[in-house]
Design a protein around this ligand. Structure first.
Ligand code: ZN
Length: 297
């Protein structure tokens, strides 16, 4: 049984041919800090490279799938330097929009797009809240099994940004529902997600693990190469409709919003709609960055 050495991720092979990756920060609702994202990427690589693995499950420990990006991470610049990032080579550590864009190009837009294109079927098992950055882990998977308590939301318009970095809403729910999700910040329930075709199956919470394994088992019995070709055919059809270019356009607008908010509010988001705890965490992060800058000068 292949085992990865991770701190924020669990990796196991519950059955022949099936790799299972689990987010393991349940005390923080699996909020994604820099380390978790790099470890998750490494875990996907581990499963993709293993010739015995035919299907990859992405699940999460605890009550919630993921609360999104960990906005309380104080030293994200330091974390980016610790990991071998493209951003560190081509501009991370620089000031202003360049640094933020480099970070987000790599660990948000880049990782989610990369995971979408893994040449093996992937299944997300989602329970509880799947918020903002949480969607950027579930949506890149080919299939989604949700528990009946799952709720999906991208509330970032409330924080002065037009949508998350991996702007896949249109492919998931269509343009009209995407606008409703984004304009109102309202969550989509598991039942509604099923009706919209955003998830494949909804099961009671205590059956989520078994239902996901059952689906994985069925797929693992099929030809590995045929599965890869099917995935290429469907993803390729989406791309032929201009998906990639539209997503890059949305990503650049996202960067414009960060730059605007930094200029107007002194932070990457409009604090007006932020919960008090998040506002405080972001202010602390900003102060830490300013202190580091002061120390280095
Ligand atoms: Zn962003």
């Amino acid at each position: 049984m292949a085992e990865g050495k991770f701190e924020t991720i669990l990796y196991d092979v519950p059955e022949d041919g099936i790799a299972r990756i689990r987010l393991n920060r349940p005390d923080r609702a699996n909020a994604q800090d820099t380390q978790l994202l790099y470890e998750l990427n490494d875990a996907f690589d581990l499963a993709a490279r293993d010739p015995d693995i035919r299907v990859i499950i992405l699940a999460a420990e605890g009550k919630h799938f993921s609360a999104g990006h960990d906005l309380s991470e104080l030293d994200s610049a330091g974390a980016m330097k610790r990991f071998r990032t493209v951003g560190a080579i081509c501009g991370f550590g620089c000031a202003g929009a360049e640094a933020q864009m480099s970070r987000e190009e790599e660990i948000y837009l880049g990782f989610s797009e990369r995971w979408r294109n893994i040449p093996k079927p992937t299944i997300a098992a989602v329970q509880g809240k799947c918020i903002a950055g949480g969607l950027m882990l579930a949506w890149p998977c080919d299939l989604i099994v949700a528990s009946d308590d799952a709720a999906f939301a991208d509330p970032v318009v409330s924080f002065g940004i037009g949508g998350i970095e991996w702007f896949h809403h249109l492919q998931e729910v269509g343009p009209r529902k995407a606008k409703e999700m984004l304009f109102t910040s309202d969550a989509v329930s598991a039942a509604e997600a099923l009706a919209l075709g955003m998830v494949n199956k909804v099961v009671p919470r205590d059956q989520l693990e078994q239902a996901t394994l059952e689906m994985a088992r069925k797929i693992a019995a099929k030809s590995r190469f045929a599965l890869k070709l099917t995935k290429l055919a469907i993803n390729g059809a989406q791309d032929a409709g201009g998906r990639e270019l539209a997503m890059k356009n949305a990503f650049h607008l996202h960067q414009l919003a960060h730059t605007h908010n930094l200029k107007v509010f002194g932070m990457l988001m409009d604090p007006t709609g932020l919960p008090e705890a998040t506002r405080k965490a972001m202010a602390a992060r900003l102060a830490a960055a300013a202190a580091e800058k002061g120390g280095a000068a």
